[in-house]
Design a protein around this ligand. Structure first.
Ligand SMILES: *Cc1c(COP(=O)(O)O)cnc(C)c1O
Length: 270
């Protein structure tokens, strides 16, 4: 459990400086003044890294402790299940990775503090998450009621690459409508995209990323059709988050710029 974990003070300090530097870059890029949520993407990084940012050790008495960070993102179901069991319940987990339909129910049922699933691209996955969240609520022992809905972002394949998950922009409305109408334990909160790597590398606040343009246009039309006042845009990662914010992103997902390079999956340790 979290109490037994050893936090390395030097590593904790480094991580908290990295996080503070990303936060100030986000604030500088955010000209609209709207809220931009920062998801710290901790996949393949140890649970102690997450704990360091969520429950920062009290540093020297001259410095105030860093504020706890609560939003963390993970890509692999097994890894998130393990981390969520040993880390504090006050963390708000985001599942942002490629999702298999047959893992959806388990993901939603076994992680009470799963806050959002950002990679939903089929009715089948939405159904699995709905079933899992319903089972979690009905189990009744987690202080989670039917009002505490699981946030959902529909992943859109804006770049048209076969290797990328996500629904086609033109199919986004139908899936969003399905989630709103047929999944009472889920809340449609926004759209998410990754986009093409090449475009990501060229994104700057001045050079608009086409994939982000596509996501924003898709959001505008879906929100209008469904009569929604708010539908978030989750776009922007380490290499392109400032450009994404300039285009109206409400949520960025930043991993390597906070935690450093990731190890290969086979070498990762929770
Ligand atoms: C890994 C990942 C990120 C973070 O990527 P970095 O380049 O390390 O910031 C963001 N979003 C998704 C969907 C990811 O899989």
């Amino acid at each position: 459990m979290a109490e037994d974990m050893q936090i390395n003070p030097q590593r904790a300090k480094q991580l908290s400086e990295n996080l503070a530097s990303i936060s100030s870059r986000i604030n500088a890029a955010n000209k609209s003044g709207g809220q931009v949520r920062l998801i710290a993407v901790s996949k393949l990084k140890p649970a102690t890294d997450v704990l360091s940012l969520h429950s920062p050790p009290s540093s020297s008495s001259s410095q105030p402790p860093s504020p706890p960070h609560t939003h963390f993102g993970e890509n692999y179901v097994q890894e998130l299940l393990e981390k969520s069991k040993i880390l504090p319940r006050s963390i708000q987990w985001h599942f942002i990775g490629g999702l298999q339909s047959n893992k959806c129910k388990q993901l939603a049922e076994q992680i009470p503090n799963l806050w959002c699933v950002s990679s939903v691209d089929s009715v089948k996955k939405a159904d699995g998450l709905e079933k899992g969240r319903k089972a979690l609520v009905e189990a009744g022992d987690n202080n989670i009621t039917a009002e505490d809905k699981l946030n959902i972002k529909v992943q859109v394949n804006t770049s048209g690459e076969e290797s990328k998950s996500g629904v086609e922009p033109g199919d986004t409305l139908a899936l969003c409508r399905y989630i709103m109408d047929k999944c009472p334990h889920l809340k449609l909160s926004g759209l998410m995209t990754i986009g093409a790597i090449a475009r990501s590398k060229e994104t700057t606040p001045e050079n608009e990323n086409e994939d982000f343009v596509t996501l924003r246009e898709t959001r505008d039309s879906v929100a209008k059709e469904l009569g929604l006042e708010e539908l978030e845009l989750s776009m922007g990662m380490s290499s392109d988050f400032e450009g994404a914010i300039a285009m109206g992103s409400s949520e960025v997902r930043v991993g390597s710029e906070i935690f450093g390079e990731r190890p290969p999956k086979k070498d990762a340790v929770v």
